[in-house]
Design a protein around this ligand. Structure first.
Ligand code: FNR
Length: 188
C-alpha cells in the first residue's frame, strides 16, 4: 500500500524486559506495509508542571516530544495495568502532550489501546481508565476489537515471539481493523 499512515506507539512500561514493549514490536511486525508503527519513548519526560508552560520555560524534552507526536497520523497505546489503572509514566506523557491549553498534540488523531498483563484480566482497568482520558483528549479510539491480552507470560518465547496462533490471529485482526479505523478517521 502506498503512503501508509504513521502511528506513534506509546509503551506504558519502562522495564527492559517489558512484555508490553514486546507486544508493541509484534504489532509493528504484523502491520507490515499497512501501517508505519514507531515507538515514541516517554521515559525521559519530566513530570508535568504547569508553571513551566505558564512561564514559557518548558523542558526541552517536553517540546521535542510535542513536536514529534504532532507529525504522526495516529496513536497506539500498549500498556500494562498498574494498580488497576494507567502507569504514571504513560499518564504523564498524555498530560505533557495535552498542554499548553489549546495546543494538545492528541486532538483528532485516531487511536487504539492494547493492554497486556501476565494476569487473567488482561489490564482491563488500565485500558478503560486510559479510554476515559482519550475521550477528553478528543482521540477517536477504536472500539472493536477490544484488546485485553492476558496471560502474556505464557504466550511468548525467549526471543519475544508469539507462540500462540490464536493470539497472533487476534492481533493481526486488531491491526487490520485499526488500519481501517485510521483510514476512516484520519485528518486531512
Ligand atoms: C503491577 N502488575 C499488575 N498487573 C495487573 O494485571 N493488574 C494490576 O493492577 C497490576 N498492578 C501492578 C502495579 C505495579 C506497581 C507493578 C510494578 C505491577 C503486574 C504487571 O502486570 C506486570 O509487572 C507486567 O509484567 C508489567 O508489564 P511489563 O513491564 O512487562 O510491560
Amino acid at each position: 500500500m502506498s503512503n501508509p499512515a504513521s502511528v506513534a506507539v506509546f509503551v506504558g512500561s519502562l522495564r527492559k524486559a517489558s512484555f508490553n514493549r514486546k507486544v508493541a514490536h509484534i504489532l509493528a511486525g504484523l502491520a507490515g506495509d499497512s501501517l508505519n508503527l514507531e515507538i515514541v519513548e516517554i521515559g525521559d519526560l519530566p513530570l508535568y508542571n504547569q508553571d513551566l508552560d505558564d512561564e514559557g520555560t518548558p523542558p526541552v524534552a517536553w517540546t521535542a516530544f510535542r513536536e514529534k507526536v504532532k507529525a504522526f497520523d495516529a496513536v497506539l497505546f500498549v500498556t500494562p495495568e498498574y494498580n488497576r489503572s494507567v502507569p504514571a509514566v504513560l499518564k504523564n506523557a498524555l498530560d505533557v502532550g495535552s498542554r499548553p491549553y489549546g495546543q494538545s498534540v492528541w486532538s483528532g488523531k485516531p487511536g487504539a489501546v492494547v493492554s497486556v498483563s501476565p494476569g487473567a484480566i488482561g489490564g482491563f482497568g488500565a485500558n478503560h481508565h486510559l479510554r476515559q482520558s482519550l475521550v477528553f483528549l478528543n482521540v477517536p479510539t477504536l472500539q472493536q476489537p477490544e484488546a485485553y491480552v492476558g496471560g502474556i507470560g505464557k504466550l511468548l518465547d525467549d526471543e519475544g515471539r508469539l507462540t500462540n496462533e490464536g493470539t497472533r490471529n487476534f492481533l493481526a485482526g486488531f491491526v487490520s481493523d485499526f488500519a481501517a479505523w485510521i483510514a476512516a478517521n484520519r485528518k486531512g
